[in-house]
Design a protein around this ligand. Structure first.
Ligand code: UD1
Ligand code: CA
Length: 448
């Protein structure tokens, strides 16, 4: 890696008008994490000495999301060059490299940034990340001559000849830290946009007799999110990459395109996932787990050998033990299901512990909320909870206890006890036939 220290500035002062949102653009999420945090994770993986995020006024929520990274406020949006200036107090007087990135373009690869840093070490004072998109559109164009990169011309300022250049500016740069702020002070805004263009750094470096270089990257990693539809596009690209990563790592998916992951999803080996499964943030799935179709998980830990779904919903702070079976239309929230326990059909288990090897019958409900407070249910090991049992929490059911089907359990149950909490069955012989005859006769009499 690099000999010199590297620092980073992430620009994120733009409001992102085209998002039509109350949220600053860089806080919109892909794979469960804000755009700017994806980028910062990549930057952090380069062991940068410091990363500063440039935000607009009233973006305390961005500062909160990026903490403990530093933020600098750009009061007015006077252009990308002015935005970098806002980070001066944090980054002036350093030696080494300063990487400049856009907070709304989170797919940049670490390897690409490493190449840029290497190009700096090779003697370029300014390194620009360029790419050749299928449609060059309104991107800035990189003007390359015999001596390498000469300048960047913004689309708005380009001549017809320059607009024909296909090598475009991604916006990402790596600049000599000692020279950056001196050059920023020399920027002028006498251009088509009336802005201070960061891109003018290239011409300034060349005028000082220094080298500028281009590193080329792929179009996909340059993609930014300026609108909801672009946000959906980059979400799709990231999901594709996550699926590929898990497949390579030994996960079976019958229809990978229908499975959605979070940036932090952890899957073990030989996990099998059927179609239409969604992992929200905070999920860990251990080895040899089988996940049937149409499940939704958030903040759940599923231990090795468990079988879950189809149609299971696991909510935050759920811990499914080894070899457990969680079946269809089961919702589990903030509960520990210990090894080998089964909750196979149509149940709600919340704020509970279910002991090892216990069987929870179909339709069992823990009543954990009385409209004011949440209460806990504790079910021991080897218990048998009959179908359609309602357990009114707080409630403790001992090891080996058995509840009769249809019971409403309102008091604690001793270990090994059988509890019946329902009305006794009443049988009236012949009464059904008599009932039908009476009704039939009544109907006939009314017809006459
Ligand atoms: C910029 C480049 C252009 C490049 C394109 C790639 C300049 C002058 N132009 O153009 O060559 O092809 O990106 O997408 O740099 N920002 C601030 N404060 C400001 C202005 C911008 O923080 O005052 C931030 C924005 O939030 C955004 C980023 O800088 O994240 C880029 O700004 P934007 O206005 O989108 O630049 P472009 O005009 O697209
Ligand atoms: Ca832009």
């Amino acid at each position: 890696m690099s000999e010199k220290s590297t620092y980073a500035v992430v620009l994120g002062a733009g409001k992102g008008t085209r998002m039509k949102s109350d949220l600053p653009k860089v806080l919109h999420k892909i794979a469960g994490r804000p755009l700017v945090c994806h980028l910062l994770a990549t930057v952090d993986s380069l062991n940068v000495k410091k990363a500063v995020v440039v935000v607009g006024p009233d973006m305390d929520n961005v500062a909160e999301a990026v903490a403990p990274h530093a933020v600098a406020v750009q009061q007015k949006q006077l252009g990308t060059g002015d935005a970098v200036k806002a980070a001066r107090a944090e980054l002036e007087g350093l030696t080494g490299n300063i990487l400049i990135l856009y907070g709304d373009s989170p797919l940049i690869r670490r390897e690409t940034l490493e190449k840029m840093i290497a190009a700096r070490e090779n003697g370029a004072a300014v390194v620009v990340l360029g790419f050749t998109p299928r449609d060059a559109g309104r991107y800035g164009r990189l003007v390359v001559g015999k001596g390498g990169l000469e300048r960047i011309v913004e689309f708005k300022d380009a001549t017809e000849e320059e607009k024909k250049i296909t090598l475009c500016n991604s916006g990402v740069m790596c600049v000599d830290a000692e020279r950056l702020f001196g050059w920023l002070d020399m920027l002028r805004n006498d251009n088509a946009a009336g802005e201070y263009y960061l891109t003018d750094l290239v011409a300034l470096a060349r005028a000082d007799g220094l080298k500028a270089a281009v590193v080329e990257g792929g179009e996909e990693e340059m993609m930014g999110a300026n609108s909801r539809s672009e946000l959906a596009t980059i979400e799709g690209l990231l999901q594709k990459e996550l699926r590929r990563r898990f497949l390579d790592q030994g996960v079976t998916m019958t229809d990978p395109d229908s499975v959605y992951f979070s940036y932090d999803t952890v899957l073990g080996r030989d996990v099998e996932i059927e179609p239409n499964v969604i992992f929200e943030t905070g999920c860990v799935v251990e080895d040899h787990v089988e996940i049937k179709g149409f499940c939704h998980f958030e903040g759940a830990h599923i231990r090795s050998g468990a079988k879950v779904g189809p149609f299971a919903r696991l909510r935050p702070e759920t811990d499914i033990g080894e070899n457990c079976h969680i079946g269809d239309f089961v919702e589990i929230k903030k509960s520990v299901i210990e090894n080998g326990a089964k909750v196979n059909h149509l149940s709600y288990v919340g704020d509970a512990r279910v002991g090892t090897k216990t069987n929870i019958g179909a339709g069992t409900i823990t009543c954990n909320y009385d409209g004011y407070f949440k209460s806990k249910t504790d079910i021991g090991a080897n218990a048998f909870i009959g179908s359609n049992t309602v357990i009114v929490a707080p409630c403790t059911i001992g090891d080996g206890a058995l509840t009769a089907a249809g019971s409403v359990i309102t008091k604690d149950v001793e270990p090994d006890a059988l509890v019946v909490g329902r009305a006794r069955q009443v049988v009236l012989p012949d009464r059904a036939r008599m009932f039908r005859e009476q009704k039939k006769a009544l109907k006939e009499s009314l017809k006459k």
